[in-house]
Design a protein around this ligand. Structure first.
Ligand code: F3S
Length: 397
């Protein structure tokens, strides 16, 4: 693999042992995937932040980099950690967990990482330009960066994204190359998704049937950014989809001609397929509501607040978002409305990466197929799928 002079100096340890380790990891990765060279990146997004997931070995590794005075070279954000940094007691978590979690975040901060912990970094200032090369981890964020923003990233691991943040480079292969960004399956919609649940299930269904594809979706004439966010999270959860195109809606779709799409495998999705999929993966009961997978935007919090104004919920309602969106929503009064109704709005974390199995929650309702995919396997919780409006109607008095 070709390295320029600066990259060789990084590998040789001229910028310190930590930088050399990061470059070595990227060279190994590049050689594995037959990358010919490195490419400079504009930003990074690092996952593997939760103490629940990385434990003491991860904590020690990150602290060792921070102690060596390693610094990130590009704008770098973090994925959700295992708790809300201010409200972990309200989540029912133990001090011993919180202390170790905060040490991880502090070590990242020392290295120059922006420590808002969210899976929607593009909503809080890590917003790559069209065509920009980046190195992002977190499946739902990666697919959004590639598909909705038109940036270029592979589906990085926490460690490779961190190594890229430190070196400002990523191996030039996979979705960084134009030839790998062409559609491989043509998804024809025979229905109009009407809520976040249907966008999520559509993604799940395509991801499950074509796990390594680049879908080109036609027949979807409008979708908000929140809906595209939800669609992408569904696509990336049941499969390894990292890039999709929607005819006339996502930025790269305009580059593909009829013949690019004509030769793709075909897949049609109708309303009945969505209904069937929901009934296959959804349980009937729940005693707890989770909204915000991926993290809620300000508009999604506004919708929840609008519905809950003057009402009371009759079961546990947790809503997840980023710290920045939380602060804006707080100023606008949305948080107070949701919490006066009995809900709890948490930032910096989510149900999958928090030590949730200790909280005696066994049955959850959510609008997210990603949550429905991971919750049973990671924490043994049963999941009902429902659209957010209906969920709120069912739990309010
Ligand atoms: Fe985000 Fe957690 Fe869902 S990281 S996409 S809220 S599983």
């Amino acid at each position: 693999m070709y390295l320029n002079r600066e990259e060789e100096r990084m590998l040789d340890g001229e910028f310190g042992e930590g930088v050399a380790k990061c470059m070595k990891l990227l060279v190994t990765l590049g050689e594995l995937f037959e990358a010919k060279e490195m490419v400079k990146i504009g930003s990074s997004h690092v996952s593997g932040v939760s103490y629940k997931n990385i434990g003491d070995p991860g904590l020690e590794l990150i602290e060792s980099f921070a102690e060596e005075n390693v610094k990130v070279k590009v704008k770098t954000t973090l994925n959700p950690m295992g708790m809300d940094r201010e409200r972990w007691k309200e989540m029912g978590l133990e001090r011993s967990f919180a202390e170790k979690q905060l040490r991880i975040v502090k070590a990242y901060e020392k290295m120059g990482v922006i420590s808002t912990c969210t899976c929607t970094p593009y909503l809080v200032g890590n917003n790559p330009k069209f065509g920009e090369h980046v190195a992002w981890a977190e499946t739902s964020a990666t697919v959004y960066a590639n598909s909705v923003l038109g940036a270029k990233t592979n589906r990085e691991s926490g460690l490779s994204a961190f190594a890229s943040a430190v070196t400002g480079r990523t191996p030039y292969y996979g979705y960084h190359l134009e030839e790998n960004r062409k559609p491989t399956v043509h998804v024809k919609l025979k229905f109009k998704p009407k809520d976040s649940l249907e966008f999520s299930v559509l993604g799940y269904l395509v991801g499950k049937n074509f796990p390594n594809s680049v879908p080109f979706i036609s027949g979807l004439h409008e979708a908000s950014l929140d809906e595209l966010k939800t669609l992408g999270a569904g696509l990336a959860s049941a499969g390894a989809i990292t890039l999709y195109h929607v005819e006339k809606l996502t930025p790269e779709s305009r580059f593909f001609r009829d013949e690019d799409v004509k030769n793709c495998e075909k897949f049609s999705v109708g309303q009945e397929d969505i209904r069937k999929t929901i009934s296959e993966i959804s349980e009937e009961e729940f005693d707890c509501v989770f909204l915000g997978c991926p993290h809620c935007s300000l508009e999604q919090l506004e919708n929840v607040a609008d519905f809950l104004r003057g009402k009371k919920v009759n079961c546990r309602l947790w809503v997840f978002t980023s710290k920045q969106v939380f602060e804006k929503a707080k100023k606008l009064g949305y948080i107070d409305i949701i919490e006066s109704a009995g809900g709890l709005v948490l930032s910096d974390t989510c149900m999958i990466v928090s030590p949730f199995e200790k909280l005696n929650i066994t049955k959850v309702v959510t609008d997210s197929c990603k949550a429905a995919y991971y919750l049973p396997s990671t924490v043994g919780v049963k999941v009902k799928l429902e659209n957010p409006r209906k969920i709120l109607e069912e739990i309010t008095v």
